[in-house]
Design a protein around this ligand. Structure first.
Ligand code: ADP
Length: 388
């Protein structure tokens, strides 16, 4: 009887042990699955966090760089790579290895020695040459310890270029205004000093004064036109225009001037229609024809022609058979105050602004303007306009 009881107890114990082991194994397997699930979740959320962070960094316009406390790059965004045209892996490299900007280590030094924030304007020698505002700030752990620096690079090159252009423009305008003004002043003083008493000399001086006053007027008119066009306040009154008729009108306006130099103006424009502002288009053609007469050959020819460049575009040209333009001037003639021969332009009453005005007007119509020339064989100015 005791023997049977012992056997039953033993079997029960073995069964219980087996049951416990199975339960334990299942619980362990379940725990393992849960652990793996949590780990996957964590990895996924870390991955999403990283993707979000990278998306934020890469959507920034400013170049961004994270460096550790030894000045080694930890992270760089897309804008940084675009700005400095970096190629290959830069993570882990020292800052100076990537950028030849000797002010940067000094900025990092200041951050490492306790400054929370440093900002400097720097010139990057390039290529490409850049003007930058660089801001550096310490990255702090939740316990307040520093573990690196974040550097933000703002590209200010365009701003600098605009500033430079404006300064140059102001200097050019002042110079252009000063020349006729000083002539007027000089002749008036000479007249007052006694030249007025000689009627012949006085007439000659007064004529020079009148010529310089006229020059000032032209200059100021052109400056006002440029400033109006550049301000973007000009609204074009676009109309369907018959090109041949409009060019004919401009030719008539210049007939007397052309005859004075024995120049023949030819209107070879076919029957085409353009969508343009009549007054502005006349201004463009007048400037080009005026130049062709001014800089062309005496006894020469000025031809105005046009053709349909595509279904949407008409290409016009004004050609002369004068000395033409040197290759290096073909693009520059459209810059404000650029002249191939300053003295000749002034002598002819030029302001150096005519072609710049032409360019603004054509661009305002969505067109393009360019020049072609072969030395000694004349110059041709082309431009496009939307076809009517
Ligand atoms: P400007 O008032 O001096 O004529 P523009 O802007 O009209 O100013 O022209 C700029 C310069 O381009 C001129 O000074 C001249 O040197 C050159 N240029 C313009 N048109 C011609 C042309 N048809 N032939 C030769 N040179 C030209």
């Amino acid at each position: 009887m005791w023997r049977e009881l012992a056997i039953v107890a033993l079997v029960a114990l073995v069964a219980l042990d087996f049951w416990w082991r199975r339960r334990f194994r299942r619980a362990k397997a379940e725990a393992q699955i849960e652990h793996e699930r949590l780990q996957r979740q964590q990895e996924q959320s870390a991955f999403h966090h990283q993707v979000r962070q990278e998306a934020v960094f890469n959507s920034m316009v400013e170049g961004l760089l994270l460096v550790d406390d030894r000045g080694r790059v930890q992270l760089a965004n897309q804008a940084f790579a675009n700005l400095f045209e970096t190629r290959g892996e830069i993570i882990g490299k020292a800052l100076l290895e990537i950028l030849r900007l000797h002010e940067l280590p000094e900025m990092l030094e200041r951050i490492n020695s306790g400054s929370p924030w440093v900002s400097r304007e720097l010139k990057y020698p390039g290529p490409p040459e850049l003007w930058l505002r660089v801001s550096a700030a310490a990255i702090l752990n939740p316990d307040g310890r520093r573990h690196g620096t974040i550097l933000v690079f703002h590209n200010q090159t365009r701003l600098k270029q605009l500033e430079r252009t404006r300064e140059e423009f102001v200097a050019n305008v002042s110079h252009e205004l000063r020349t006729p003004l000083s002539h007027i002043k000089g002749y008036v003083e000479t007249l007052l000093d006694g030249a007025k008493d000689d009627p012949q000399v006085a007439t000659r001086f007064l004529q020079t004064i009148a010529r310089n006053a006229e020059r000032l007027t032209l200059l100021i008119e052109d400056l006002l036109t440029i400033s109006e066009l550049e301000s973007g306040r000009v609204t074009l009154n676009l109309q369907l225009l018959s090109l041949h008729q409009l060019v004919g009108k401009v030719c008539d306006d210049f007939k007397a001037r052309a005859a004075g130099k024995q120049v023949l103006i030819l209107n070879e424009v076919p029957k085409l229609k353009v969508r343009a502002d009549a007054i502005r288009l006349e201004q463009v053609l007048s400037n080009l024809v005026d130049n062709a007469i001014k800089y062309g050959r005496a006894d020469g020819r000025v031809t105005i022609g046009a053709s349909a460049a595509s279904e949407a575009k008409v290409e016009l040209f004004v050609r002369d058979d004068g000395p033409g333009l040197p290759a290096e001037a073909l693009e520059r003639v459209f810059e404000r105050f650029y002249r191939v021969d300053k003295a000749r332009s002034r002598e002819q009453g030029g302001t150096g602004l005519g072609l710049s005005i032409v360019k603004h007007i054509i661009q305002g119509h969505g067109g393009r303007v360019w020049a072609k020339s072969e030395a000694g064989k004349g110059a041709t100015f082309y431009f496009t306009l939307p076809q009517g």
